[in-house]
Design a protein around this ligand. Structure first.
Ligand code: NAP
Length: 254
């Protein structure tokens, strides 16, 4: 049995808790959060505290809090020589306090409390200073996911950078598309099959092979038309920059 304490209860730890506490070989022995409001009734069978001094004994402590607060928070933990991991893609393992054994348990997915996710296919990227802790984290990850990989902080930083491009930036593109359509009273759902196909397509083709559109074709007339439609828009510069980046990549400079 692996005993887990969640430290922080935002989007990630909420979802991790939801899946880990259903596993037969895992016991979620406590949830700590700075404020009491974060824990929903769904977890009222798990002991909760908002006092650091009341944190109980566990095999692994999972910090799931704002990146900038991880270092100071780990230094404030009132115990030592325990395995303390964070869940961040962009934060080095080394920021964790030396008073405890350090590790990372990074689930590579986008999480929201409002949306339950299936962890089976979510890569869990683990790292630990101590080899036996790597074994424990792989075991813990293996209970919920079929893709547990050991990667270094340097590799994780690159992975996180790529993830920002394919998730956060792409989602921002959805937001712009949504805005353009709602300003013109056109249903966003008309774009949904295109959005689905765009992401499904790269399962069989490389992103370069899958690229289409006026910038790749260097279709001047269409590009000019779009620039005209965007003439008073805050999105004009972004359209130009993305168009230029695609043209450069596919060798069709002006
Ligand atoms: N969301 C994602 O899609 C995602 C995916 C992979 C990894 N991650 C990583 O997972 C971690 C948590 O992200 P999240 O999205 O779950 O966060 P979140 O939903 O924004 O929740 C933030 C949590 O941090 C706590 N917190 C903030 N500042 C704190 C401080 N100074 N001391 C103690 N607790 C503090 C908050 O407590 P209160 O409730 O008291 O405010 C809350 O529990 C981050 O390292 C993030 O990079 C996120």
């Amino acid at each position: 049995m692996i005993r887990v304490v969640f430290l922080g209860f935002g989007n990630v730890n909420y979802n991790l808790c939801n899946t880990l506490h259903k596993q037969p070989y895992v016991a979620v022995v406590q949830i700590y959060n700075r404020s009491e409001s974060a824990v929903s009734a769904a977890f009222n069978t798990i002991p909760f505290t908002h006092k650091l001094s009341e944190i109980v004994e566990a095999d692994v402590y999972i910090i799931g809090i704002t990146d900038d607060a991880i270092a100071a928070f780990s230094s404030s933990l009132p115990f030592k020589n325990q395995l303390v991991v964070h869940t961040s893609g962009g934060v080095s393992m080394e920021v964790l306090s030396d008073r405890n054994r350090k590790g990372v348990f990074y689930p590579l997915q986008t999480f929201s409390k409002q949306r339950a996710v299936d962890f089976t296919e979510i890569p869990i990227c683990v790292e630990a200073a101590n080899p036996s802790d790597v074994v424990l984290l792989k075991k813990l990850g293996g209970y919920i996911s079929e893709k547990v990989v050991e990667i270094t902080s340097e590799e994780r930083a690159k992975l996180h950078l790529a993830a920002v491009f394919v998730n956060n930036f792409v989602n921002h593109m959805y937001a712009i598309g949504h805005e353009i359509l709602s300003e013109n009273n056109i249903a966003f759902e008309l774009l949904q099959p295109l959005i689905s196909e765009t992401s499904s397509k790269i399962l069989g083709l490389s992103p370069s092979e899958a690229q289409t559109g006026p910038a790749k074709r260097n279709d001047q007339k269409t590009i000019e038309k779009h620039l005209h439609l965007l003439r008073d828009s805050e999105h004009l510069a972004l359209y130009r920059q993305l168009t230029e980046a695609i043209r450069t990549k596919y060798g069709k400079k002006l």
